[in-house]
Ligand binder design. Structure first.
Ligand SMILES: *Cc1c(COP(=O)(O)O)cnc(C)c1O
Ligand SMILES: [Zn+2]
Length: 470
């Protein structure tokens, strides 16, 4: 059965290290190259795949629940670009039905002309974050290879996504590893509510990922973190949808928060492939935005302490990375930011993100938690709403406009990675009047003021008292 399928599948896994380039079959479960330890890509025999001549081909797949998986899913709609398994094997719970929003009331805050600034609203996914794009692809692969259990380490949203796919499809049982006290309640509540086995370990995300990678490779539990190259195939589709909603125009800028750097990696791969296939004639620039309290990429790529790390055709300076990580260990440095979804100091997809930065002429910036929470309030007041990590993209856009890197006429897309209701504590602390709650929730992240707070008004329950406020 598997042998037959293999014959008709035009995909394989390949090491991204140009000095290695080792290939692996599609049904292998690997988190890195067995020979050199680098990350793996899923790649395709493009000559053998019926790729359309024009992206307009995809216009035929409009959302519907009765038209098959390509109409049901905003991931599998673009099947030609991620056809690593046959159509009848694809898993979907209706992910990727997300939209690009013209964010007029946010654009003036950022400093970009109205009508030129858009938000890709990935909080609209079934579990409320972009992770579902990747989980559809990972679940497709994991169930194909016959895994019975799937696991992840998570700052919250990967676990929520894994949990919902497990509950909705019953294809694999979900086991989620979370750091203690590090997960926003909205996300933890999802993992519990969807019935996943939830293991809280002492430590943070970086500790949890190390542990789950070890357990997964020893036990045959299928790992769905973004070191899984199939997951990133699903996340490429976020970029296809951006282009799709722009009438297949390519924007000038894509701006994305950087945590484990899976999105940044997937977005770059999407554009590399579209260019190679001749389906777009321009590449957008990308900006990856770190939180200042978990800024490894910014330190290594930008003007940080470590120097200028570049992809360099795949021969990047691994010693520079190792020295930086050793120094973090020696100083017991821990990631620390209100944007818990990007509270990661050892981004697993660092090398792939460097590749993206090179291909997309990218920039990296860091934003403070104060800037993140202020941007988040503007996004909410603009009629959208997101969790703190997502607002890093908008705070970063504002910074790049101020620096003159982004021009006010440039077509700019920020990715809103997660839903507003994921982290209500942060939102209520920011807008509320309870000073203790503010201090306990936001104060420990050096957030001192709520510059755009919409404070609730307390008043006696008397008509005239109330009317005074209206
Ligand atoms: C996972 C996550 C991120 C970080 O994405 P990476 O691909 O790991 O860089 C950002 N925002 C939200 C809401 C997330 O859930
Ligand atoms: Zn290799």
């Amino acid at each position: 059965m598997v042998t037959n399928l293999r014959k008709i599948i035009m995909a394989y896994q390949v090491c991204i290290n140009p000095d290695c380039g080792c290939r692996y079959e599609i049904d292998r479960v690997l988190h890195s190259c067995n020979v050199c330890g680098e990350l793996l890509d899923v790649d395709y025999e493009w000559d053998l795949i019926p790729v359309p001549d024009s992206l307009c081909y995809f216009d035929r797949y409009r959302f519907s629940s009765s038209g098959g998986v390509r109409n049901f899913s905003g991931v599998w709609r673009y099947y030609e670009f991620l056809s690593f398994l046959p159509l009848e094997r694809l898993v979907s719970i209706g992910e990727g039905r997300t939209i690009l929003q013209d964010a007029r009331f946010v654009s003036s805050f950022v400093g970009i002309d109205a009508g030129r600034f858009f938000l890709q609203y990935e909080g609209f996914n079934p579990s409320g974050s972009f992770k579902d794009n990747g989980m559809a692809a990972a679940f497709t692969h994991g169930s194909f290879v016959g895994a019975k259990q799937a696991a992840c380490a998570s700052t919250g949203n990967t676990s929520a996504s894994l949990a919902i796919y497990s509950a909705a499809t019953r294809l694999m049982e979900a086991v989620v590893f979370v750091g203690s006290g590090k997960i926003a309640y909205g996300k933890l509540s999802q993992a519990l509510d969807y019935g996943s086995k939830t293991i809280q370990i002492d430590g943070d995300f970086d500790d949890a990922l190390l542990r789950v990678r070890q357990i997964a490779s020893e036990s045959g539990i299928y790992l769905v973190n973004s070191v899984n190259p199939f997951r990133l195939e699903g996340q490429k589709t976020i970029m296809y949808r951006v282009l799709d909603d722009l009438g297949w125009r390519v924007p000038d800028w894509i701006i994305v928060p950087g945590g484990n750097l899976g999105n940044a990696s997937a977005f770059g791969k999407a554009f590399i492939e579209l260019r190679k296939l001749g389906l777009i004639d321009k590449t957008p620039r990308i900006a990856i935005i770190n939180a200042a309290g978990s800024n490894t990429l910014h330190q290594l790529y930008g003007d940080g302490e470590a120097g200028k790390l570049r992809w360099n055709g795949g021969r990047y300076d691994k010693v520079m990375v190792k020295n930086f990580y050793d120094k973090m260990t020696a100083e017991s440095r821990r990631a620390h930011t209100i944007a818990s979804a990007i509270e990661i100091n050892r981004p697993a997809n660092l090398s792939k993100a460097l590749r993206t930065l090179e291909f997309c002429n990218g920039v990296v910036r860091e934003v403070t938690d104060q800037e993140i929470m202020d941007a988040k309030a503007i996004i909410g007041a603009g009629g959208f709403g997101c969790e703190p990590a997502s607002a890093a993209s908008v705070a970063g856009a504002k910074k790049l406009v101020e620096e003159g890197i982004i021009d006010k006429e440039q077509l700019t897309v920020c990715i809103l990675t997660g839903h507003q209701l994921k982290d209500p504590n942060a939102t209520v602390a920011y807008h509320g009047t309870d000073q203790n709650f503010f201090k306990n929730t936001l104060g420990k992240f050096n957030i001192t003021s709520a510059n755009f707070a919409n404070k609730p008004i307390s008043t006696p329950n008397e008509k005239n008292e109330i009317l005074k406020h209206l």
